[in-house]
Design a protein around this ligand. Structure first.
Ligand SMILES: Nc1ncnc2c1ncn2[C@@H]1O[C@H](COP(=O)(O)OP(=O)(O)OP(=O)(O)O)[C@@H](O)[C@H]1O
Length: 189
């Protein structure tokens, strides 16, 4: 059977203060020492990784992203995207918020990966690296280049190669952060 190299991690976020204030209840919990979560009373689901409500940004990075970053520097491609309903913690986890103003341990995936990548580059003088960054919003089938806002939406397209691969970005309807080295590592949120 062909290997499908996709791993899925689920992260449970803690209740926000306003949710506690409104007496909202937690409806999902992780099962200790397993990769399972239980929704409601008894509906169990298994994932490749489970991060409970007390998980840290550092843990998520170390377990899920660091191995990809290491592979990236060895020439493999990697894509990371956060998927979930509004308010579930995608931006928080991917770390695309106000990066400059957040505390070190609150930093999400993007700043940690960039830091580690450039650290790697600075330690490997004998290899030439080319790093490219793109930041694209995909919303209702329309693409917007957030680094070149004057570019017309109509000028941006998702293209396929002859094998039907969408290559640069996937056809996802979320805000999209692309960050590529050679080869490429993408973050989609
Ligand atoms: N693991 C976490 N620990 C603490 N706070 C969190 C965590 N995850 C998310 N939050 C907080 O929950 C709120 C919603 O998170 P966030 O904005 O990341 O959601 P989102 O999925 O990106 O939402 P949207 O789709 O609406 O953009 C934010 O105030 C964020 O700081």
């Amino acid at each position: 059977m062909e290997e499908i190299p996709v791993k899925v991690a689920v992260r449970i976020r803690p209740l926000l203060s306003k949710e506690v204030l409104h007496n909202h209840q937690v409806c999902v919990r992780s099962v200790p020492n397993t990769q399972q979560i239980i929704i409601g009373k008894d509906r169990a689901f298994t994932f490749d990784y489970v991060f409970g409500k007390n998980s840290t940004q550092g843990e998520v990075y170390t377990v899920c992203i660091k191995p990809l970053l290491l592979s990236l520097t060895e020439g493999y491609n990697a894509t990371v995207f956060a998927y979930g309903q509004t308010g579930s913690g995608k931006t928080y986890t991917i770390g695309g918020g106000h990066i400059a103003s957040i505390a070190e341990d609150e930093k999400g995936i993007i700043p940690r990966a960039i830091q580690e990548l450039f650290q790697h580059i600075s330690e490997n003088h004998n290899i030439d690296f080319c790093v490219k960054v793109s930041y694209i919003e995909v919303y209702k089938e329309e693409l917007r280049d957030l680094l070149e806002l004057e570019t017309s939406v109509k000028d941006l397209h998702i293209r396929e190669d002859e094998k039907g691969n969408t290559g640069r970005i996937l056809d996802l309807k979320f805000d999209t952060y692309g960050f590529s080295c050679v080869p490429k590592l993408f973050f989609l949120s």
